[in-house]
Design a protein around this ligand. Structure first.
Ligand SMILES: [Cu+2]
Length: 179
């Protein structure tokens, strides 16, 4: 092969690569702008160093609370090596919004038997919406290795019937972590 032929081949491959990149860019632009497809992340920054002192993740504001529209918001702090609070009651067949934050390292969690599965990254709030169609305890393990006590890091979501869901005058309800 002489130099001229090599140059031709290189130019041809350059054109193919440029074409492939062009197709990728067009797909990204169409899917994000026209089809509104974005990465499934709720980008909501939070200062992990002041989590316990101010804002919605102070201790008194953790756990389950009923909103005026009947939906439930659950706030949980994932920390080395526990979820706080360790037991969270929610009623069946209601929209439940989970909000998680961590003051230390990356944690992860899933709620067994549901599609809830998220990472909890320092500096960000992780938010997940779900509905529990059946009562019962759901096991919630940490599934992101976070240190020496990781294996004991788990909590419970206790799905209760409408009759058992009895929040106090502030809309809050707690439950006992099984020992
Ligand atoms: Cu962990």
């Amino acid at each position: 092969m002489n130099e001229q032929e090599i140059l031709k081949t290189e130019l041809r491959w350059s054109a193919i690569v440029a074409g492939a990149i062009g197709v990728i860019v067009v797909v990204i632009v169409i899917s994000s702008a026209a089809m509104v497809l974005h990465p499934p992340s709720n980008i909501e920054p939070i200062d992990p160093t002041s989590l316990h002192r101010e804002g919605e993740f102070v201790e008194a504001n953790l756990g389950s609370i009923e909103n005026p529209d009947g939906s439930i918001t659950v706030r949980i702090v994932a920390t080395q090596f526990a979820f706080l609070p360790r037991c969270v009651p929610v009623p069946v067949n209601r929209r439940v919004v989970f909000r998680f934050a961590t003051p230390d390292v990356i944690h992860g969690l899933l709620i067994s038997g549901t599609n809830v599965n998220t990472m909890v990254v320092p500096g960000y709030v992780s938010q997940v919406n779900t509905v529990f169609p059946e009562p019962g305890d759901r096991f919630v393990p940490c599934h992101e290795y976070c240190g020496i006590g990781h294996g004991g890091m788990w909590s419970i979501v206790r799905v209760v019937s409408e009759e058992e869901w009895q929040p106090d005058s502030n809309g809050r309800m707690t439950c006992e972590f099984p020992h």
